[in-house]
Design a protein around this ligand. Structure first.
Ligand SMILES: Cc1cc2nc3c(=O)[nH]c(=O)nc-3n(C[C@H](O)[C@H](O)[C@H](O)COP(=O)(O)OP(=O)(O)OC[C@H]3O[C@@H](n4cnc5c(N)ncnc54)[C@H](O)[C@@H]3O)c2cc1C
Length: 348
């Protein structure tokens, strides 16, 4: 039996492993994927970080690129791999945990092939679980290619003809920008009245400004943190106004319904769409944890990662676990450090 099992070998899992390593703890990471960095490598090919290198450090090891560089997904995956090597972090891959239950002070975890036991469990399974696609997608003709942003890699996946991109978040506008650069007709469905912020301003990176004005340290229990965490996120680094005005981009409002080739939007009906990229986000999934209490947004009830109702169960890497930075490369270490201190105090 392990003292600690961490579920998830992404940045959150690795950050808490760093601190557990320091105490020579008896721990293991289990992960559903077969390599470190897999969630990054599965994202679209042209992905660039919105955080510059100097804001991407995990505890103990600098992100190995020059200040002001916006790394691509391969560079992030390489960094995570190097991190595992540097700290000799024990990981069992290809173990998707589908069962977690605490009985008689012991957690039992089960994957398809193996059973594990532990005194404590840290859930670091990421902020994004089940891709969400509006219900009407099932009514759309099979001749139209539909891809969720989770599986979008590049325009090579698309067939000839017009493409619809749905969703006004960072993913949606970045994918729209990439596809519209090919000079093919693109429809955009979603809110066009979104705020976008440039990556640099007056010679400093946006993240530098964020750190100066306290945006990265405001926690969700403070007045300002409550406002920020409940408000919509601005798009970072894509000039949406210029994008929406491109001559091959047509903005059609929200997607309302569909019937075979015809898709109905707020502003019009369209029937020449050949591809759809749904950048419509994700829903959390913690239903596989026996006895877990969830909040109104379906995230586990916790305070700074400590489960409200199951002793010995912890969480890291959730959006706004404590601050805006909680689900970012550079921000997760603060939460991991807090959790480690909490765990240490409990053990002593
Ligand atoms: C498009 C995009 C761009 C982003 N850009 C940035 C950026 O510029 N800068 C930044 O700091 N952050 C960025 N982020 C946010 C964040 O850094 C990433 O989402 C990051 O991958 C989250 O790390 P994590 O360790 O919490 O989760 P993940 O990286 O998702 O890792 C979770 C791990 O848990 C495993 N897992 C999940 N469920 C189970 C299970 N049941 N059993 C076993 N294993 C399981 C998965 O296999 C995975 O390896 C971006 C996110 C997205 C989607």
């Amino acid at each position: 039996m392990k003292d600690y099992i961490i579920i998830g070998a992404g940045q959150a899992g690795l950050a808490i492993a760093y601190y557990l390593n320091k105490q020579n703890a008896n721990y293991l990471i289990v992960d559903a994927n077969s390599e470190t960095g897999a969630p990054w490598l599965k994202r679209w090919d042209s992905l660039k970080l919105f955080t510059p290198s100097e804001f991407n450090h995990l505890p103990g090891m600098k992100f190995p690129h020059k200040k002001g560089h916006y790394a691509n997904k391969y560079e992030v995956a390489d960094y995570l791999k190097a991190y595992v090597k540097e700290y000799n972090i024990p990981i069992e891959f290809d173990q998707k945990i589908t069962y977690l239950k605490k009985e008689n002070k012991v957690f039992t975890l089960k994957s398809d092939v193996k059973e594990f036991t532990a005194k404590n469990v840290i859930i670091a399974t990421g902020p994004f679980h089940k891709p969400f696609t509006p219900k009407c997608h099932t009514k759309i003709s099979k001749d139209i290619i539909q891809i969720h942003s989770e599986h979008y890699k590049s325009p090579n996946q698309l067939q000839e003809g017009a493409t619809l991109v749905v969703g006004a978040g960072d993913s949606g506008v970045q994918i729209l920008s990439e596809i519209s650069d090919l000079d093919k007709p693109v429809y955009f469905s979603g809110n066009t009245n979104i705020m976008s912020i440039p990556q640099e301003f007056l010679g400093k990176t946006l993240w530098w400004w964020f750190s100066k004005i306290g945006f990265l340290t405001a926690h969700k229990y403070s007045w300002i943190g409550k406002k920020l965490s409940k408000g919509g996120q601005p798009v970072i680094g894509t000039d949406v106004k210029t994008l929406f005005k491109k001559k091959n981009v047509t903005c059609v409002g929200r997607t309302l319904d569909a019937n075979e080739e015809t898709i109905t939007f707020e502003k019009q009906e369209i029937n020449d769409i050949k591809n759809i990229v749904w950048a419509t986000g994700f829903k959390p999934n913690f239903n596989w944890i026996d006895g877990i209490e969830l909040d109104d947004d379906y995230y586990p009830k916790n305070y700074r990662g400590v489960s409200d109702n199951i002793e010995g169960l912890y969480f890291l890497g959730l959006p706004w676990l404590y601050t805006r930075g909680s689900a970012t490369l550079g921000g997760v270490k603060k939460d991991a450090k807090y959790l480690n201190k909490y765990i240490l105090n409990k053990v002593q």
